[in-house]
Design a protein around this ligand. Sequence first.
Ligand code: 1PR
Length: 534
Amino acid sequence: MISLLDYGAGNVRSLRNAIHALGFELTEIERPEDILKAERLIFPGVGAFGAAMERLHRLGYVEPLKEYLAADRPFLAICVGLQTLFEGSEESPGVPGLGVIPGQIRRFAGQGLSVPHMGWNSVRLERPSSLFAQYADEKFYFVHSYHAVPSAENADWQLAITDYGQPFLSAVQRGAVAAVQFHPEKSGAAGLALLRHFLAADEAAGSSIAVPRAADEQTRFAKRIVACLDVRANDQGDLVVTKGDQYDVREKSGDRDVRNLGKPVELAARYFDEGADEVTFLNITAFRDFPLADQPMLEVLKLASERVFVPLTIGGGIRAFTDADGRHYSALDVAHAYFRSGADKVSIGSDAVAAVEDYLARGGVKDGSTAIEQIAAVYGNQAVVISIDPRRVYVDSPEATRHAVVETATPGPNGERYCWFQCTVKGGREGRDVDVVELARACEALGAGEILLNSIDRDGTGAGFDLELIGQVRAAVGIPVIASSGAGCVEHFAEVFAATGVEAALAAGIFHRREVPIQAVKSYLRDQGIEIRS
Ligand code: 1PR
């Protein structure tokens, strides 16, 4: 019997989906006494350290869990689940952890280090383990701001170390009790294999024991390649993947139908199979209607999350709403529905601009009212992505505007040598008096975990990423940035990574039209010496 200890703090749908896809059945822990009846126990910690411990205490799970662990029974904790095994965490000072493993959880810190550590990294095995059979060189998906510190006191627990600014414990194991900091359920084939080893009780599978790597070899964090699907209903009412040129998604001739590039779930599954590191759905017309009325979109997400075992992001329409019956829904309610349907992250566009306008009008004071703050408080910063839709505004000199300008290599229509990047809302239909630097910084301060940086000028052009825009935003924030819009060939990806240092690059059109396969991008980057996940 495999039991899942889901204490209701967040989204563990992905884990359930992965376990089902591997052909295993799960039993839910519903009462404290269920813990000691479990034969194999999975504990996916979610949310902040303190909140996780508080819930475990409130549900009466702490004592039976400690008893289960002390009896050395089969156990696999994931992410915050690993962290709770330690004595305490800087994230929640004064809150004791389960204290099974000596040591503290610390926040990542370091010059130029973007936090959270979000993306694919490998593990350096300290000793053989059947959990990692044959996969010691694979990369796994991490998303966390805090990490377990290896020390002499916890030496007997150290199974794998990963480097990100500093070495940290990416896996621990003693006897039958194991825990991993990464998300196996979101780590593609390598993660599914690890889960299968645990679920199938493969501890004795001696033939497939992995060999540890050299201790002095640092693990390398990979750049991510993201496939993006812009989704909307066409004029016949079917949900399709579409793709615009500078945000115009209609055919240029005939009756100007919405361009149809395929079915959302099929395409998402194809990109997973082809090696995308992440898949993003943008519900591009959700600003018009209430997204929770859009059941087909939620269904798309549910079906996609049963097939796609890398992170899934969904954006579009995340904002507060009052329906025709006068019922009020908060942005958090909308986000809940997306997470429950299988999203790992949500992306906020128009509402982030409104939130930042209010925040700046308040003099940069946080009052907890914004969707960014509310969603981050429940699901964590890493689950909140800000999608920015900027457009160039040319000026003759930096003094001509109060906004942050760049000196541009592509002058404006009247030879202007400077431009600033104006944030827009409603899919580029309306420009606002906010620039990308202001927006990105304010969103970071409000608790966003990542920026998805589009460009209306470059979208669908194949002319390459807007390096001036991307460089400006990358330099302004400490959270990861995904470069988007304009990819036309493999060289554009190498260029954006080299010129701006972004953590990820996204494309849509070239992948949909099969002009450039994801693997062609990856092998080119590998040849250029840029670390990627195979
Ligand atoms: O404002 O919170 O409801 O979110 C709406 C979301 O929909 C935003 O994330 C916004 O970027 C997106 N969106 C709105 N209208 C459009 C449109 O195209 N008409 N799509 C749109 C944005 C841009 C990228 C695209 C890249 C790469 N699409 O996502 O995938 O530009 O394309 P390329 O590689 O082909 O150049 P809210």
